[in-house]
Design a protein around this ligand. Structure first.
Ligand SMILES: O=C(O)c1ccccc1N[C@@H]1O[C@H](COP(=O)(O)O)[C@@H](O)[C@H]1O
Length: 215
């Protein structure tokens, strides 16, 4: 039985990528969205990628980018997976010949079943907390019962996760993976190695005995 996968998002420094990989992260995330305090330049992104070992998936996070922004980033940074965290359409996400996942910001009225159908071409669906002020990285959780048990694709749970609540989240949602940013930081954009280790240890403690739903 596979353990729940872990992505450490908002990495800005090579040493944080190395620490995440050593702690057992399956993926890291680079934020290409300038308003974010975790945004990286292309140069920073290349340095992080160079420090990331094989078999750790490098994810590029975008919020309502233009097509040329994504293409220019792909031409310059070796990304394995694209994460679209804004209002991108399925055809926009699908045009880069790269695996991608759509982030859905959950509110009480969100119909996740419809989102699964719309974004069926993705490699997964990331579910995050809704905020009227920000597109993500809010550090807020949401009502996990909004995620239905039937899932046609892997679900990655995000939003306000920490080592203190990730076990409960996995027990409740049984996601394919979890994604964390603020919950493992020392300062915005600077990861805390101990928090990263504590988070991944907690996932591994409970994740192996749970139903890690691939679907
Ligand atoms: O990290 C950001 O600054 C960010 C900005 C815009 C969109 C998404 C962003 N981060 C993603 O948000 C979720 C939840 O983050 P947190 O753990 O609550 O801090 C996660 O997927 C981040 O990758």
């Amino acid at each position: 039985m596979p353990s729940t996968r872990v992505k450490i998002c908002g990495v800005t420094r090579p040493e944080d990528a190395r620490a995440a990989a050593s702690a057992g992260a399956d993926a890291i995330g680079l934020v290409f969205y300038e308003p974010s305090p975790r945004a990286v330049t292309l140069e920073q992104a290349r340095a992080v990628v160079a420090a990331t070992p094989a078999f750790v998936t490098v994810t590029g996070l975008f919020v309502n980018p233009t097509e040329s922004e994504v293409r220019e980033t792909l031409a310059s940074v070796a990304l394995d997976l694209l994460q679209f965290h804004g209002d991108e359409s399925p055809s926009f996400c699908d045009q880069f010949r790269r695996r991608w996942m759509k982030a859905i910001r959950m509110r009480d009225s969100t119909d996740l079943g419809s989102a699964f159908r719309q974004y069926a071409g993705g490699s997964g669906m990331l579910v995050d907390a809704y905020s009227p002020e920000r597109y993500g990285g809010t550090g807020e959780t949401f009502d996990w019962s909004l995620i239905p048990p039937e899932r046609p694709m892997p679900v990655i749970l995000a939003g306000g996760l920490t080592s203190a609540n990730v076990a409960a989240a996995i027990a409740r949602v049984a996601p394919w993976g979890v994604d964390v940013s603020g919950g493992v930081e020392r300062d915005k954009g600077i990861k805390d190695p101990k928090r990263v280790v504590d988070f991944i240890n907690e996932v591994n403690r409970v994740g192996k005995t749970d139903r890690s739903n691939a679907q």
